[in-house]
Design a protein around this ligand. Structure first.
Ligand SMILES: Nc1ncnc2c1ncn2[C@@H]1O[C@H](COP(=O)(O)OP(=O)(O)O)[C@@H](O)[C@H]1O
Ligand SMILES: [Mg+2]
Length: 313
């Protein structure tokens, strides 16, 4: 079990006007991991990041980063954190390299052109170093945001919806970049409402909705615990009822008794379907098609957020 780099306890935020955006959040982030905070719009993701990065004052709770209290040792903490905000924001007329250098200076770090060159190269921005930011495409602008966030070599990097509005190709590219950062030792917390992003990138996933954390676990454990598989067999004729020979499968009939449905644990679907088909044939039932399906993190996420099946542990 690795060291905790960020320790959030009982964090609450009620905005002026009375909206509670965070409601008693407990969250521990491990050094070196990629943690995906997954939740629908308005769940409180940006508020959570804002609280950790000192952009807003929590209403309650404590946040420790690197073993330091973020309220009391603010400057020390902030120097070690990088933030790529959700909204693109910079001086559009500034040049790329200048802007990244400037960010480094803002954190009180001595200029280090070699390091900035490395950062720009790693993000494929070196060729664009003299370009004005406004001349760049949306995806390139986002890379500049990342370069700025990396300019002072943060140990903990927040990426707030890093690929929102980015096309599929750039998204994959961004995932590669984020993976490379993790490989270089940076701890990464990203927020997303793209389930695919969490599924591809994360070591652990936290699901947040209405300011509350519903679930935190290893991505693979979530899939194993909550994942489901399904086999659907389309019959040539409607079946009045399920023959007792098939009882052990606990099947159901759907589509006006034209489809036999098997539901099992994750990863079982294909094997179960193969055995089931033998049993269906032996029972003399005619069929014309079989589909097997493994549930994705997306199905699990929708179940959780909609509060189905009491999945929230
Ligand atoms: N400055 C603010 N003042 C009042 N309400 C806010 C403010 N910022 C966010 N909210 C509200 O807080 C809730 C959580 O917002 P946010 O943290 O941005 O969610 P997310 O990033 O998950 O989409 C939303 O209902 C949002 O409307
Ligand atoms: Mg947000």
């Amino acid at each position: 079990m690795s060291e905790t780099i960020l320790d959030i306890r009982g964090l609450s935020k009620t905005y002026k006007g009375g909206l509670t955006a965070l409601d008693g959040v407990d969250l521990q982030i491990r050094k070196g991991e990629i943690f995906a905070l997954l939740g629908p719009n308005g769940a409180g993701k940006t508020t959570l990041i804002g609280a950790v990065c000192g952009l807003l004052r929590p209403s309650g709770g404590t946040i420790e980063a690197f073993g330091l209290d973020t309220q009391r040792q603010w400057r020390k903490v902030r120097q070690r954190i990088g933030l790529v905000p959700q909204e693109l924001s910079f001086d559009m007329f500034a040049q790329v390299e200048h802007s990244v250098n400037y960010s480094r200076g803002m954190f009180g770090c001595a200029p280090d052109p070699k390091r900035i060159e490395q950062v720009l190269r790693s993000l494929s921005l070196w060729d664009k170093r003299d370009a004005k930011i406004r001349e760049l495409s949306g995806g390139m602008k986002r890379r500049v945001m990342i370069a700025k966030a990396l300019s002072h070599d943060p140990e903990l990097l927040f990426l707030d919806e890093p690929t929102a509005g980015v096309d599929v190709e750039l998204r994959r590219d961004m995932w590669r970049q984020i993976g490379a950062l993790r490989d270089a030792g940076t701890t990464i917390i990203l927020t997303t409402h793209y389930i695919e992003e969490a599924q591809e990138m994360a070591d652990r996933v936290g699901v947040i909705n209405k300011g509350k954390i519903l679930l935190v676990d290893d991505k693979d454990a979530i899939m194993a615990k909550l994942g489901r598989s399904e086999a659907r067999i389309t019959l040539t004729e409607p079946l009045p009822e399920i023959p007792s020979a098939l009882d052990k499968w606990h099947l159901t009939l759907e589509d006006e008794n034209r489809t036999l449905v098997y539901a099992g644990a994750e990863g079982e679907g294909k094997r179960a379907a193969a055995e089931l088909v033998k049993a269906v044939v032996a029972a003399g039932i005619g069929f014309e098609g079989i589909v097997t399906k493994e549930s994705s993190l997306e199905d699990i996420f929708v179940d959780l957020v909609e509060g189905r099946e009491g999945l929230a542990a």
